[in-house]
Design a protein around this ligand. Structure first.
Ligand code: AMP
Ligand code: ZN
Length: 113
């Protein structure tokens, strides 16, 4: 989709440090990391918000989770890592192309801020 930052990353119009890619999913390092490991896992299909997921796209959310788990294992994060999806501005969503934050490498507090 035009004017979508993450679609531009998928199309390589904007550079990224990619850590994973297959036909449906890519993962790349966050530009402003909030933990020693902070990776964005996204579907190549443009979906604005997790709220918009339906029967035709829900498999992508499962795949995003599997990819995040694989990266967590590769990066030796199995002691503890956090997967976050922010939905809408009230929860902190700033990029309207769904993305799963994979955060690891430090201790996390609960509840989150
Ligand atoms: P959210 O606030 O949940 O919508 O998350 C958006 C994330 O995208 C933030 O963690 C940003 O740091 C990250 N981000 C924004 N621009 C880029 C970029 N060009 N490359 C990588 N990550 C980005
Ligand atoms: Zn997009």
């Amino acid at each position: 989709m035009e004017d979508c930052l993450f679609c531009k990353i998928i199309n390589q119009e904007i550079p990224s440090n990619k850590v994973y890619e297959d036909e449906e999913i890519i993962a790349f390092e966050d530009i402003s990391p909030q933990a020693p490991t902070h990776i964005q896992v996204i579907p190549k299909q443009h979906i604005a918000r997790i709220y918009d997921v339906d029967d035709s796209t829900s498999h992508l959310v499962g795949k995003m989770t599997q990819v995040a788990n694989k990266i967590a294992k590769e990066q030796d994060l199995l002691d503890g890592y956090r997967l976050v999806i922010n939905c809408n501005p009230g929860a902190g969503q700033t990029v309207f192309h769904i993305h799963l934050h994979l955060l690891g490498g430090r201790t996390f507090k609960w509840p989150p801020g």
